[in-house]
Design a protein around this ligand. Structure first.
Ligand SMILES: [Zn+2]
Length: 143
């Protein structure tokens, strides 16, 4: 099964300008007999220089539970959620989820067994990131 969509900040291999995409850490290609591509192997178009190709480096990403809020098993705290909403609003102002903001889309808040409940979703991503990137994502999101 694919992991949930995430905001991903990618660095262009040609001009080194950063831009944001919404993509799945794991797309589920293996289940339909195709090879799963890492972010570096995927094709993106750079809005700064217009180049289309591979070789993008992932520099930052939203937690997988961001678009799934409110979620009883994978809650986010309000501060962290608002920070990612700001990124989404700035880079994808027409994203349909923004129309649900505050009504059907809001942070669940921190639940008491935060550590135990957050792990499973993160584990699905682990194999797709370098050990360094994995550690920085965990640190950033305080898992
Ligand atoms: Zn570029």
């Amino acid at each position: 099964m694919a992991t949930p969509p995430q905001l991903v900040q990618l660095k262009c291999p040609a001009c080194h300008v950063l831009h944001w995409e919404i993509d799945h850490g794991y797309r589920g290609s293996g289940e339909v007999g195709e090879r799963e591509l890492s972010y570096t192997e995927r094709m993106y178009r750079c809005p700064a220089c217009g180049a289309t190709g591979t070789g993008y480096l992932e520099c930052d990403m939203s937690p997988p539970e961001f678009f799934l809020q409110p979620h009883p098993m994978y809650p986010m705290n309000v501060e962290e959620f608002d920070g990612w909403v700001a990124v989404l609003r700035e880079n994808f102002p027409d994203h349909p989820r923004l129309r649900d903001l505050g009504t059907r889309w809001y942070a669940s808040g921190v639940c008491s067994d935060e550590h135990g409940s957050k792990r499973p979703l993160w584990e699905g991503l682990k194999g797709w990131l370098s050990p360094d990137k994995w550690r920085s994502v965990l640190h950033r999101n305080k898992v």
